[in-house]
Design a protein around this ligand. Sequence first.
Ligand SMILES: [Zn+2]
Length: 254
Amino acid sequence: MVAAASDGAVQGNLLLLGLPAADAERLAAHAHRVRLDRMATLMTPGSPINSVYFPESGALSEFVLMADGSAVEVGFIGREGMAGWPALFGSRVSGLWVVCQTGGVFLQFATTDLAAEVDRNPELHRRLHCHAAAVIGQRAISAACDRHHDVVARAARHLLAARDLGLDDELVVTHEFLALRLGVQRPTVTVALAELERLGAITHGRGHVTVADRACLERIACECYWTTRREIGRHLDWLPAPLGAWFSDANGVT
Ligand SMILES: [Zn+2]
């Protein structure tokens, strides 16, 4: 179901990577590999969490919906994570709007099937609990970031994270999505992207951002890019060495 390709590139979802063969086979029997289009809604606030999703490619976003109808992005899920993990702790309904930000391939499980596997499989149980801890850690970092770092540094952080967690150098990122992620108005996003382009880090057009100079983008991004990357990595301690080392890479942290 998930494996390292011969060229070293890892395919599949990192939470399920390298499980013992018997466990992987049993999981595969319950999994449905589905292709989701951009903007497909998987969960809404108050909806039952009947299925959970593990991105193999593409990415999901989690939003809090406000009373005035606006939305604020609070989570971004790539191959390092899953959508619907609160159901494994007994939550029956979603508190968030979960939408496919970038189309791709996802493993879908009926929540009851995955919960039964978690009960019988201590390693899967540990991994998914680690993931929940990583999500809580990321939320804390983001809360601090939103209060302390300017919008250009935060935009750089989020573009790097999008690049790392499922998207290519040519990112499909609309101004609207970036505004929801940063919690700012679209004109502010326009100004931030123009500044990143002026500095040589990106080029951008309508609905697309291209990472022109990753090292430059890393220099501009706030420390939270690195803190978050390490927070994710320390909860993925089963990864093979090259991948694990990438997550714990301290470059850029001073
Ligand atoms: Zn920050």
